[in-house]
Design a protein around this ligand. Sequence first.
Ligand code: ADP
Ligand code: F6P
Length: 458
Amino acid sequence: MSRLVVVSNRVADPRKTAAGGLAVALGEALAETGGLWFGSSGTVLDRGQGEGKLHTQRAGNVTLATVDLSQEDHDGYYRGYANGVLWPVFHYRLDLADFDAGHIEGYRRVNRMFAHRLRPLLQPDDVIWVHDYHLIPLAAELRAMGCQQRIGFFLHIPVPPPLILAAIPAHEWLMRALFAYDLVGVQSQADLTHLSRYLLSEANAEAVGENSFGAFNRQLRAGAFPIGIDVDEFTALADGEESRTMLATLREQYAKRQLLAGVDRLDYSKGLPQRVRAFRTLLERYPENRHSATLIQVAAPSREDVHAYGDIRRELEGLCGAINGDFGDIDWMPIRYIHRTVARKRVPGLYRAARVGLVTPLRDGMNLVAKEFVAVQNPDDPGVLVLSRFAGAAEQLRDALLVNPYDTQATADAIQRALHMPLQERQMRHARLLEEIRRHDVHWWRRGFLAALMETGA
Ligand code: ADP
Ligand code: F6P
């Protein structure tokens, strides 16, 4: 059987429960098959301190191979191009993209350096699976060095419409680089439609079968593979001591209140100011919720050296402070805003204590928080998921209350409906949602992608 080689910007020890979406999903995939996981070490060195040095380490049946970056490479590749250009554009935010700076050189340099470090570790029949927008040109660099293995790419973030992609000054170069892969996977049908239209119109690709495209003397398959969670692993966390303690504490503290929970990275794509404004509108329009509805919003610090992330933090703090000032009382604060990463073992307790889970991104590739919230609800008395129709998860989770997060009034109305939904309707919606996330879990995602990759004609 071929060895699996996973490549992603972040690498995590698969033996440790940790680290959220991409890392958990990939750790699980590798733990089952064994293999190699290659990426950056997360260590940023001063220039001349030995950047590019390879560290290898055994973690069960997986070899972790990581390289350090110099400050200059980190600035150009991760902060500048990946998170200053690609992240905003792929989330439809051309206004936040920093096109002027010459970050693309750093992005190219690090992708080339990764390819050089990875190449000697590869075996001829390896199957290589590259992840996310940090590494779009990696396969092209590997092919230029003679690699003939099957190489698949999975994009965890959304694909915008073709003309938004075409605004990236180097988009032709990125598009050509995509054709070095045998299979490109995206999260949703909407993403697949955008990608197909982009390849046909901007690359003048030839359609050579359903979701297969020919251009630049290569053939590329594309497909939608919505990522899932490991439902059993997450429900086991919910039954653990730390989660149960969290649940008991919140139940005691908020015995007479109704809790709403939001758990996100502090990212402008997550729609946090819009969510808080909708909560304010709820308190204004439906005053019966005052002294009762309480929002616990946890926002993990993220990419703090990127300008737009500082702006969103200040905006959010201002909005939360104003609501607490205007509506709070000696014995009740409407919002508890926490700018921190909560230990993963405690997160299920928070979800379970909540009557309403708020997952309202302006745009999101998938959003695993939505699935985690559903996974750990008590089926006899489940909370209600309020979900943005602009999250990839909305294509699957049709029994959530779907909202347009830009529509403050309608979102407030949906929250009101969620807070007062009869038990029977909550149970029915939850049962259907749970069935969906169980059927399309992380194992299904991995098997589906790798099976499709093995079918390609490499
Ligand atoms: P993204 O990949 O954009 O961060 P996802 O919702 O797909 O968004 O995945 C986020 C993951 O990180 C989930 O597993 C979630 O539980 C975890 N996470 C997000 N914010 C926090 C936080 N503040 N504290 C702890 N875990 C968090
Ligand atoms: O899901 C998108 C993603 O960018 C992943 O690639 C990444 O692991 C996660 O969000 C968190 O972002 P970062 O690695 O920049 O902290």
